[in-house]
Design a protein around this ligand. Structure first.
Ligand code: HEM
Ligand code: NAG
Length: 356
């Protein structure tokens, strides 16, 4: 573990000086604004090397998903858990039994022993880990990242995590109860840009939600607006929708939120502007990581989160074989523009995200 080699305080220059940021130099030479971030340099590197294997792959994706399922156990009026507190691991025997948490056990098997070995809380391994996971996904923003969460004291009750077969009104009201506007819900769904499913339709496990699951790009917003032409599975499973490309999976909730009058214009706006998508997502994600936490008692270690590479393309494109004519216009006030290009070639199947 890295130790703090030197801590220096800048000299006070005014009588009632503005708060002075203490600077610390960690043993690897990194200068941080709070010495507590030094230990998280090794946590970061070990997450990247030992768990994520340097990739925006299954475990990076699952860590972003568990950050949501942990944090959303929260209500602004209380009684629904303590938010971003690691309770999904600490009280896994309870929370992992909830239907909406199906499949989360796999990433818990990775993160729990990792947190124990590094002496960090489950809340920190999840929410710091989610930011580190995103740094491996080209196009992802740096999310403001805090450490110092204590141990969870109570399990979240069942029913806080939305299901993909829930009506839009139910999803939006559950999210509003936790403090999120409908625009913030859409922004958070940028996460489905780096996502695949196992549990909704197990026969086609690892099927991704867009054609570029290893890049944090706006393809998911565009591809969800394309006409669904066939069920990727048997169509018989709750929460499954028709999808536009072989091998691609569309959640019923994403299909509905893309087309609902309350959310369709934001959805379209994010499909068309990757930088906007990344910025809105980063803000909503940072907010989510603080649910139930007292910000002043945490330490901001954003400075040790690596910046992800740029997305391969700066704009969304129509997958080969698709054009503007395949868009189901859903925003009532702005027409989908005719400026996006179509990928060359003929329609190909979207490959599953490899299992790690
Ligand atoms: C609001 C309603 C949401 C619903 C109904 C929903 C539903 C789902 C479902 C059913 C899956 C597939 C799980 C599986 O079968 O393995 C999934 C995957 C995923 N979700 Fe969501 N989700 C929602 C919001 C979010 C949010 C807010 C985030 C994060 C900010 C998120 C991040 C992810 C990620 C990263 C995956 C992929 C996991 C992997 O590939 O291992 N989701 N979601
Ligand atoms: C949290 O729990 C772990 C393991 O049970 C323990 O070692 C640690 O001291 C606890 N931390 C706090 C802040 O109580």
């Amino acid at each position: 573990m890295l130790s703090v080699a030197l801590v220096s305080l800048a000299a006070a220059s005014t009588a009632y000086g503005a708060a002075l940021a203490p600077r610390a130099t960690c043993s690897d030479g990194t200068v941080v604004s709070n010495a507590q971030c030094c230990n998280f340099i090794a946590v970061r590197d070990d997450l990247i090397n030992d768990i994520f294997e340097g990739q925006c792959g299954e475990f990076a994706h699952s860590t972003v998903r568990i950050a949501f399922h942990d944090a959303i156990g929260f209500s602004t009026s209380g009684g629904k858990g303590n938010g971003a507190d690691g309770s999904i691991i600490a009280f896994g025997t309870t929370e992992l039994g909830f239907a909406a948490n199906a499949g989360i056990d796999e990433i818990v098997e990775e993160l729990q022993p990792f947190a124990d070995a590094h002496g960090i809380s489950y809340g920190d391994v999840i929410h710091f880990g989610s930011s580190v996971a995103l740094s491996l996904c080209p196009g992802a923003p740096v999310v403001q990242t805090f450490i110092g969460r204590g141990n969870a004291t109570v399990a979240a009750p069942d029913g806080t995590v939305p299901d993909p077969f829930n009506p839009v009104t139910q999803i939006l009201s559950r999210m509003a109860e936790a403090g999120f506007s409908s625009d913030e819900v859409v922004a958070l769904l940028a996460s489905h840009s780096i996502a695949a499913q196992d549990q909704v339709e197990p026969a086609i496990a690892r099927s991704p939600f867009d054609s570029t699951p290893a890049a944090f790009d706006s393809q998911v917003f565009l591809e969800t607006l394309l006409k669904g032409t066939a069920f990727p599975g048997d169509g018989a499973h709750q929460g499954e929708s028709e999808s536009p490309l072989p091998g691609e999976f569309r959640l019923e909730s994403d299909d509905a939120i893309a087309r609902d009058s309350r959310t369709a214009c934001t959805w379209q706006a994010l499909a068309l502007d990757q930088a906007l998508m990344a910025n809105k997502f980063a803000a909503a994600m940072a907010k989510m990581s603080l649910l139930g936490q007292s910000k002043p008692s945490l330490v901001d270690c954003t400075e040790i989160i690596p910046k992800a590479a740029a997305a391969p393309l700066s704009k969304a494109f129509f997958p080969a074989g698709k054009t503007l004519a395949d868009i189901e216009q859903s925003c009532a006030t702005q027409t989908f523009p005719s400026t996006l290009s179509t990928q060359a070639g003929t329609t190909t199947s979207v490959a599953p995200v490899p299992e790690q």
